[in-house]
Design a protein around this ligand. Structure first.
Ligand SMILES: Cc1cc2nc3c(=O)[nH]c(=O)nc-3n(C[C@H](O)[C@H](O)[C@H](O)COP(=O)(O)O)c2cc1C
Length: 185
């Protein structure tokens, strides 16, 4: 329904649309999830499924091509690298060129049982990452990879035989992307 007819017809649109609108208005997009069996939580993945229509393959939002992403995952003991990578993949497919990652092991079950030494160490690391994110957000730019992805899917949308979904194709035409408008300019 969402892909073919429109996001306003998607079941749950009244809950999802305000969230995606705030994502689209933000300069920095942060996804945060505890590491659950080496992945993001099911709830976050469910939200990501609702965002699927905004993937580059469908109807990407132009400003995404210059935004900055950050993915954070806390883990009790195992490395959460895979989890932050998986969350970053979601943002990259929405067009975000640069996604910073912050996986951390808390050696605790939640914030109330974390040691003060660990808390101080994590605070220091998070401040370093925050500086990098802010620096990039102050000078937003598209990446070469993001531009290549755009041109690949532009080619698909420009070809009536390759574009199977008229709703997606109309979006690319309306944005002027099939002609000479580029989302990062
Ligand atoms: C369903 C579930 C699965 C979990 N899986 C893992 C895991 O695979 N590895 C790990 O180190 N911790 C695991 N944990 C522990 C959580 O990662 C840890 O409690 C989390 O960092 C707490 O974050 P929060 O305070 O934001 O909830 C799991 C916890 C739950 C409830």
């Amino acid at each position: 329904m969402c892909f073919l007819k429109g996001e306003e017809f998607c079941p749950g649109a009244e809950k999802v649309q305000p969230i995606i609108k705030s994502v689209e208005e933000s300069d920095i997009i942060i996804l945060d999830s505890p590491n659950y069996v080496m992945e993001m939580s099911g709830n976050l993945k469910n939200l990501m499924d609702h965002f699927a229509y905004r993937w580059i393959t469908h109807r990407p939002y132009g400003k995404m091509f210059t935004k900055v992403g950050l993915t954070i995952s806390s883990s009790a003991g195992a490395p959460a690298n895979n989890t932050v990578k998986s969350m970053a993949k979601q943002l990259k497919w929405m067009g975000i060129p640069k996604v910073y990652k912050f996986p951390f092991i808390s050696n605790a079950l939640n914030i109330s049982t974390i040691s003060s030494k660990k808390e101080a160490e994590l605070k220091q690391k998070s401040e370093k990452i925050a500086l990098k994110v802010k620096k990039r957000a102050n000078k937003p730019k598209a990446s070469l990879k993001g531009k290549i992805m755009f041109y690949i899917f532009r080619k698909m949308q420009a070809s009536p035989s390759a574009s199977w979904n008229p709703k997606d194709r109309d979006w690319w035409i309306e944005q002027g992307w099939i002609k000479n408008v580029r989302p990062w300019k």
